[in-house]
Design a protein around this ligand. Structure first.
Ligand SMILES: [Ca+2]
Length: 355
């Protein structure tokens, strides 16, 4: 048997996306191999990643930076899971660990457009990485604020840049607000956020949208083609002991860091008395972008509740197949640009994983 010299990206994807997808720990997943192979001849896709690390953000960032399919123009930090004072250095730490000095990191919004910041230290630990400790980053952010860097980059490559958002949408909304001509220049936007089947911070709302519902609404109504990877599908991912051991068992700096973060996250989750393991929301958004065949999609017009006393941040999906729904004026003319994911029942990777 041929000895594997190092931890492959396939294994990293599998572990960091909690078993979703491109990779395989099982010899049964030949189809996964074929899917990955097709990328060898594919042109790189230009992306920017907006993030609030965040345990699953950190793993999603490492996954993205290990993915040769992506040209990452920048990583922009936003307040969310923890304040910007932590998400920014955490993003810088991940770039250093991945040795990606070529990727600029920008500081973004310290809080939502209109509201006070709500954080999720209960889930991500006080430092945002589940308590996993890494040295202070030596890298510094670029001088441009995140919204300005997003604006400049999209304008530099009109029609080419996909925005991958795995935190509250404040930075994206700020960029769109600053430049009314920007939205049509964005190729697409893939978000971890929202839900059409109940929330995780309130019964109605998913965390990223709840933190800044006004920003989310601007994004959903911008006309940018949006792929919404929401709780409908991300709650079907679960970090397991097996995944963590795979990461810990490899000896590259990235897999070791991912293993440390994942181990702390799993322990933190168990200490709070929950069964199973934490959902890998953000990793799934990145994995689903790298390989859309792991998800299946449905078209919806999605709007965001911004004023509800109990329901602020709820995302509502208007299916084009439900003809008698009462819609707002103009909604019918909006392109049906929003989708959400369901695990694909025929995906061989999914067929062999826990969901
Ligand atoms: Ca996040």
């Amino acid at each position: 048997m041929k000895k594997r010299p190092e931890f492959t990206r396939r294994e990293f994807v599998t572990a960091s996306a909690a078993g979703l997808a491109l990779g395989s720990l099982s010899p049964a997943m030949q189809a996964g191999q074929e899917r990955s192979d097709k990328y060898s001849g594919r042109t790189q896709t230009r992306v920017m990643i907006d993030t609030d690390p965040g345990v699953d953000d950190a793993l999603a960032l490492l996954l993205a930076m290990q993915s040769p399919e992506l040209t990452i123009e920048a990583i922009t930090a936003v307040a969310g899971n923890v304040p910007l004072e932590l998400t920014l250095p955490n993003a810088l730490r991940m770039v250093e660990i991945a040795q990606r000095d070529d990727i600029p990191v920008a500081a973004g919004a310290k809080g939502p457009l209109l509201r006070r910041l709500v954080t999720a230290t209960y889930a991500h630990g006080e430092n945002g990485l589940g308590g996993a400790i890494f040295p202070e980053p030596k890298r510094k952010p670029v001088p441009e604020p995140a919204a300005e860097l997003i604006r400049q980059t999209v304008r530099k490559y009109p029609g080419e840049v996909t925005l991958i958002t795995i935190g509250p949408l404040t930075n994206i909304a700020a960029a769109l607000n600053s430049d009314p001509e920007l939205a049509p220049m964005v190729r697409s936007l893939v978000m971890m956020g929202g839900s059409l089947s109940g929330g995780n911070i309130t019964p109605a709302a998913e965390f990223n949208v709840y933190v800044d519902p006004e920003a989310a609404r601007i994004v959903f109504q911008s006309g940018i083609p949006v792929t919404m990877v929401g709780l409908d599908v991300t709650t079907k991912t679960s970090l397991t002991e097996e995944h963590v051991r795979v990461l810990e068992g490899a000896h590259t700096p990235v897999s070791q860091a991912a293993g440390t973060i994942a181990r702390n996250a799993l322990n933190h989750y168990r200490e709070r008395g929950f069964p199973g393991g934490p959902n890998m929301h953000d990793s799934l958004a990145v994995a689903g972008f790298l390989d859309p065949s792991i998800l299946q999609f449905q078209d919806y017009y999605v709007d965001v509740e911004t004023t509800g006393e109990l329901t602020a941040g709820e995302t509502l999906g208007y299916s084009p197949n439900t003809g008698d729904l009462r819609r707002k004026p103009g909604m019918e003319r909006m392109p049906r640009t929003c989708r959400f994911g369901e695990p694909h029942p025929r995906s061989p990777a999914l067929a062999h994983r826990q969901f």
